[in-house]
Design a protein around this ligand. Structure first.
Ligand code: ZN
Ligand code: ZN
Length: 272
């Protein structure tokens, strides 16, 4: 049994075959999908993510304002997020939030403010956080140290592609590290080295679909069923059976997000 701990299947890329995509995931042994609701917080994108999680027992939701959209994060977005998180028990995390200084789609000051504020809101809501960071490693860690270190709540560095130093700093803060299809890319030697070193109880796997399809699907639209390839790659570099990676990443997911996933393959509602 596998878990895709970070997917975006509520978007238009899946409008024509969402049902089939979820079925294909189940057929591949992916019994839970954490769908991340992002986009303009005023556009109904967050509600769409909640609705999806309420329609499929295998799908859970995380909600947050992505650093790309940080310029749209205001008082109204804040109340909307807080309300939705409270309303649905299918929402099991706050995210993805963080800093992206690679694309700079939002001014950096807006990114910092939205990140800090959402860490505070997640704490107040008692939810784990999912962190997106790109070309902003030091600032991300600095903000986590001030806003999150004493929260006694779990967190995940998602789609990890950073340095070994960032991985260690995140582990020191109690975070888990989630690897995506990037780990399967030919040139990702260094990342595979990091995936080898992460303590096994802090490992997670994800697709971040529709982007970043793993080898051998690279270049195609990504989907949750392909998380199996991420597991396969990590099992090979660590010299473990793929079943072991499946088992441990599923157990880690369950612990981090408090989701009750039973071994028979059906996922139950979270008991948060
Ligand atoms: Zn991300
Ligand atoms: Zn994402």
């Amino acid at each position: 049994m596998f878990v895709d701990s970070h997917a975006h299947i509520d978007g238009p890329e899946f409008d024509n075959d969402r049902e089939l995509v979820i079925q294909r995931a189940r057929d591949a042994g992916v019994d839970a999908i954490l769908n991340i609701g992002t986009g303009d917080p005023h556009s109904g994108a967050l509600e769409r993510a909640v609705e999806l999680a309420e329609s499929y027992p295998a799908v859970f939701a995380a909600l947050g304002t992505h650093p790309h959209d940080a310029r749209l994060f205001d008082q109204k977005a804040e109340s909307r997020l807080t309300e939705l998180v409270k309303k649905s028990r299918r929402v099991i995390a706050w995210g993805e939030i963080g800093l992206d200084f690679h694309y700079d789609h939002s001014p950096r000051e807006d990114q910092r403010n939205a990140f800090r504020r959402q860490l505070q809101l997640a704490r107040a809501a008692g939810l784990p956080v999912i962190i997106h960071t790109r070309e902003a490693e030091d600032e991300t860690i600095e903000i986590l140290r001030t806003e999150w270190a004493d929260a006694s709540l779990p967190g995940v560095m998602h789609c990890f592609s950073g340095s070994a130093r960032l991985a260690q700093q995140a582990l020191d803060l109690g975070f888990s590290i989630s690897f995506s299809g990037i780990v399967t890319f030919k040139k990702a030697e260094e990342l595979r080295g990091i995936a080898c070193e992460i303590p096994v109880d802090r490992l997670l796997i994800e697709t971040d679909c529709p982007y970043l399809a793993p080898v051998p699907h690279r270049g195609k639209r990504n989907e949750p069923a392909f998380v199996v390839e991420v597991a396969r790659c990590i099992s090979e570099v660590r010299g473990l059976a793929i079943e072991d990676i499946a088992e441990v990443t599923t157990a880690n997911f369950s612990r981090v997000f408090g989701a009750n996933l039973d071994a028979t393959g059906s996922s139950r509602e979270t008991s948060r």
